[in-house]
Design a protein around this ligand. Sequence first.
Ligand code: ATP
Ligand code: MG
Length: 137
Amino acid sequence: MERTFIAVKPDGVQRGLVGAIIGRFEAKGYKLLALKALVPTKELASTHYEALSSKPFYGGLVDFICSGPVVAMVWGGGDIVKCARAMIGETSPSASAPGSIRGDYGVEVGRNVIHGSDAVATAEREIALWFGDEGVM
Ligand code: ATP
Ligand code: MG
């Protein structure tokens, strides 16, 4: 089964959007394979976003991801990497269509509620990074 890594970012957790977000993936028919809440270490967040390390917003992004609890999940299903990105919307909430998660819940690019892996290979890298040897069904 294709898998993807989804994380509700600190703004989404703080605003009480975890249930609504999980509900969308459940309603779509995807399978929840792993879930945990954690405050990411700086090392974890900077490795997660290391492809963006040359960007001017990288430091602020890493600090933000470590600023509070994140709900990290693995979901599985057909074509889920691409479909989850469609459910999430564009990087900027203002460019995201109503009906998408960022389109419905987000306002600022730096507070865009949720992360989703951008490719199958990225998903497997991110699942290994966040869940390691822990149980992923
Ligand atoms: P994510 O990887 O978090 O799912 P994404 O794949 O839509 O988001 P990326 O290009 O991977 O977008 O950027 C990672 C995160 O960096 C974005 O979710 C956003 O919070 C932040 N970001 C991206 N571009 C900008 C920007 N121009 N200014 C500030 N923050 C940005
Ligand atoms: Mg990304």
